[in-house]
Design a protein around this ligand. Structure first.
Ligand code: SF4
Length: 302
């Protein structure tokens, strides 16, 4: 997208139907205890958002059905995936920690038409996994994902799997190599194996080293915020998904349409600041390390 053009509706939609988690990972705001407000999205709000999103299906590339929560805690997640797929949404993505992805749930979401399931596994080292992914069981997660791969191949071959990790200081190069070798042998060429730097939510997480070099180009506009709207469980829309404490509220999806929020003066002014090279004047954006392109196992970027 040319940054001189403004989209009339966001291309990427992130809907958080649940802000709660079954884990307390050390690199997440659930794990650091920094998420003070949590809950489930009301049916009324979800229905309002889903109807508007489907009306705009031709402008949308992807709907992500979670953000700061484990989506498999939402009992209706498969139904919601199906609603978007039946409504003509090109791509529906779910990001999970994998612990609740038992066979029944896997079949439900594959049959509902999920396009991408991204699973953050971090490490397959049995000593380190419980220190990083507190509250989860590595054996269960590996069994779930391995079974999910078989089911995907049988039920919905076009559905893609992303497996991701982040370079936590607890992990050695050897841990990462082991992790990579394990998954490379199991995934297919359309799937994505992603190794990222440790994500810090714009240095907001109390568990990260705040002095580390982020390597951010501060004159470059943020591509995600030019294209994405994030709707938390309560409908109070912030600047982006990094903003878990509503430092920069831009609208309320309970009373406004997504298009009204997207086009309002507040949201537009922040996008304009980024376009004009003024990103560093926004404290949240000054330290943000929230975006990197991905590459699948065949080497294609997305
Ligand atoms: S906090 Fe990061 S992801 Fe959010 S708008 Fe700023 S630069 Fe973009």
């Amino acid at each position: 997208m040319s940054l001189s053009l403004s989209l009339s509706f966001p291309k990427f939609i992130q809907i958080e139907t649940v802000r709660e988690c079954n884990a307390r990972c050390r690199f997440c705001a659930h794990g650091t205890g920094q998420l003070l407000e949590k809950g489930f999205m009301s049916e009324e709000l979800f229905d309002k958002i889903a109807s508007e999103v489907i009306e705009h299906k031709d402008e949308i590339s992807r709907v992500q059905l979670n953000e700061l929560g484990e989506p498999l805690l939402d009992k209706k997640i498969a139904e919601r995936i199906r609603r978007f797929k039946d409504g003509g949404i090109r791509e529906v993505l779910l990001i999970t920690n994998g612990a609740l992805l038992d066979e029944r749930k896997a079949v439900e979401i594959l049959e509902a038409g999920v396009d991408i399931l991204r699973c953050s596994i971090t490490t397959i080292n049995p000593e380190k996994y419980p220190l990083l992914r507190r509250g989860l069981n590595l054996e269960t997660v590996l069994a779930n994902i391995n079974r999910y791969i078989e089911l995907r191949d049988a039920i919905n071959k076009d559905s893609r799997i992303y497996i991701s990790t982040e370079k936590d200081p607890l992990l050695t190069d050897e841990d990462i190599e082991q992790w990579e070798a394990y998954w490379k042998n199991r995934l297919s060429h359309n799937d994505v194996l992603k190794i990222s730097e440790l994500f810090s939510f714009g240095l907001q997480l109390s568990s990260v080293d705040k002095t580390r070099e982020l390597g951010i180009e501060l004159s470059t506009p943020c591509i995600p915020m030019m294209q994405t709207i994030y709707i938390p469980y309560n409908g109070k829309v912030p600047l982006c998904c990094i903003d878990f404490g509503w430092q920069i509220p831009v609208g309320d999806a309970n009373v406004s349409s997504l298009q009204e929020i997207w086009q309002n003066d507040i949201f537009s002014a922040y996008r304009e600041m980024h376009r004009n090279g003024r990103r560093k004047e926004i404290p949240l954006c000054l330290h943000c390390d929230g975006w990197e392109p991905k590459q699948n196992l065949a080497g294609e970027k997305s």
